[in-house]
Design a protein around this ligand. Structure first.
Ligand code: NAD
Length: 539
């Protein structure tokens, strides 16, 4: 593994971002108190600045500002809202260098993985600017008595959406749920993770420059345990991305408040290599699936099941490709894999690998922390012979660690892939795409990519994305990503007056008539049944 030996001591000095710029971003947060949170660069474990440690009153004020702005935002023609999103997408691309620097400063990720986030936000903007209004129109539904009655559905924004985001993809995950909320006419109050507030603040700055009215996108920085619950108690919908453990707390509180929520949570994602896979391609795909963002990716693969007949060859190719990766903390495109976020994450990864070793697992490559590269750097690690009870086999590691296991047949691979409480993302590698799709349909995950690690699933913004089981509730992206932020209102009309017994008609007669009418209606063909018949007849 090629390594960068020089550890930087001052991360900020290695970028074009000034301390003054970060202070100006922090000043965007409306906060009464004087308490602050130190934001540190994982590359050097040094401070890059401080942001306000907001309390409950600050959250209350932010939600009040958002609520005030929301009503006129909802009345702004949707074309104007689309234009603002479109301009914002342009600004994100124009200011990519600063966004990449801030992202790298806060997360320690390699620049190549930071690029994925900037591209993703620009693409998501294009999608919602172009298609966002399609979910907002009026729907005509079937009335109870066709011709005599009608039913029309209109959609309205829920009001103020609370978004809570994690540190691992702070640019993408701060915005991917915010943009559809905004296009639908909601205001949003975002609570970014305390480790990565500047990325979110830089985005708020660009949204303002794109023309988003004041108050429509508020940010409250602060501790999850304080700001999170304070926000959930005041908003009309919660969009949460983070761990399953916190997701349960969010769901409980949202349930008590009778507000809806979407939860994008953890995963223990499987990757399956079928016996007809191109081995070099599958090995390259596995490297991306397992080590993107140093494995701190909810969609990352942590379990590989490979067909017996090609297992030795695949393992060798995968280990060789992993050894080629460069580990480093540079602010250029030299390094493949960056740092972990902090000491807690490093300890978690180390504990999982140590536990695996103690239980007899073999480390095929990696398995060591690299303080010579960065204080929280850990080598991309491949394990084999991992005991099913090992922590790394049962729990999400959320680091650059994967276990490879050979399996006798496809059925076993599918059974093992599905033997998890999680169900976020999976990846299948095969020389026959049709076979890959058939296997994919057997896997209990919200997204399954065939011959790709995760990008084809994530970047298909028109398709819903989310988790089965403990990986979450609800779906982001596509029309589903907007509909969750809308209240529907059905307006039904009657052309024949009240649907009740006409005056003077005895109830028994009326009941008899209604039963006869219902029987008749059940026999008459409906539009859907005619369509089904035509389809069955091949027309
Ligand atoms: P986390 O749950 O600790 O934190 C996520 C966010 O929740 C942070 O902003 C945090 O401040 C906030 N928070 C903490 N306590 C809270 C509370 N009581 N109420 C409300 N909010 C609270 O998650 P993490 O460890 O920072 O992130 C990593 C986890 O997130 C992993 O499990 C990963 O798989 C998951 N994740 C999932 C997705 C997805 O799309 N499914 C994406 C990224 C990360």
């Amino acid at each position: 593994m090629a390594l960068e030996t020089e550890t930087r001591t001052n991360a900020l000095a290695a970028t074009d971002v000034s301390a003054g710029r970060l202070t100006a971003l922090a000043d965007r947060v409306g906060c009464d108190g004087t308490e602050t949170i130190d934001v540190r660069a994982p590359a050097t474990d040094t401070s890059i600045g401080e942001v306000p440690d907001c309390g409950e009153t600050d959250v209350e004020r932010a939600v009040d500002r958002a609520r005030e702005a929301q009503s006129s935002w909802a009345e702004t023609p949707v074309d104007e809202r689309r234009e603002i999103l479109d301009r914002f997408g342009d600004l994100v691309l124009q200011h990519r260098a600063e966004l990449l620097d801030i992202l790298q400063l806060e997360t320690g990720k390699s620049r190549r993985h930071a690029v994925e986030e900037v591209l993703d936000v620009a693409m998501t903007c294009s999608y919602y600017a172009d298609r966002g209004d399609s979910a907002l129109g009026e729907d005509r539904r079937q009335g109870v008595f066709p011709l005599a009655t009608t039913a029309r559905v209109t959609y309205e924004p829920v009001g103020v959406v609370g978004a809570i985001s994690p540190w691992n993809y702070p640019l993408t995950l701060s915005l991917t749920d915010v943009l559809p909320a905004l296009i639908a006419g909601n205001a949003v109050v975002l609570k970014p993770d305390e480790k990565t507030p500047y990325t979110a603040l830089a985005l708020a700055d660009l949204l303002e420059r794109a023309g988003l009215p004041e108050g429509c996108f508020e940010i409250v920085t602060g501790r999850g345990a304080t700001v999170g619950p304070a926000l959930i108690d005041r908003v009309d919908y919660v969009s949460f991305t983070g761990s399953t453990e916190t997701g349960r707390l969010v769901a409980e509180q949202a349930g008590r408040n009778l507000i809806d929520c979407s939860l994008e949570l953890g995963g223990k994602n499987p990757l399956i290599v079928l016996d007809d896979a191109d081995i070099e391609e599958a090995a390259r795909g596995a490297v991306q699936a397992c080590f993107a963002n140093a494995g701190q990716l909810c969609l990352a693969a942590e379990r590989i099941y490979v067909a017996d007949s090609i297992a030795d060859e695949f393992r060798e190719a995968f280990v060789d490709a992993t050894k080629e990766l460069t580990l480093g903390t540079g602010f250029d495109f030299e390094d493949d894999v960056g740092s972990l976020i902090d000491g807690d994450q490093l300890e978690r990864v180390e504990a999982h690998v140590e536990d695996a070793r103690e239980r007899g697992a073999t480390v095929l490559t990696g398995g060591e922390r690299r303080p010579d590269v960065g204080p929280f750097c850990y080598e991309p690690t491949i394990l084999t012979d991992l005991e099913p009870e090992a922590t790394a086999a049962c729990e999400e590691t959320f680091g650059p660690v994967v276990a490879v296991e050979s399996v006798p047949n496809v059925a076993t691979a599918i059974r093992k892939a599905n033997d998890s409480e999680y169900g976020l993302n999976a990846s299948v590698w095969t020389g026959n795409r049709k076979r890959g799709v058939a296997v994919a349909r057997e896997i209990d995950c919200g997204t399954v990519c065939v011959n790709d690690a995760y990008i084809s699933g994530w970047a298909a913004v028109d398709a819903p994305m989310g988790g089965f089981g403990d990986s979450g509730l609800g779906r982001r992206h596509g029309p589903e990503g907007i509909r969750r932020y809308l209240e529907s209102r059905t307006v039904a009309t009657s052309r024949i007056g009240p649907l009740d017994a006409p005056p003077g008609v005895p109830t028994a007669w009326y009941a008899r008539g209604m039963f006869a009418l219902t029987r008749l209606q059940r026999r008459l063909p409906t539009v859907a049944s005619v369509k089904r018949r035509l389809r069955d007849a091949g027309l």
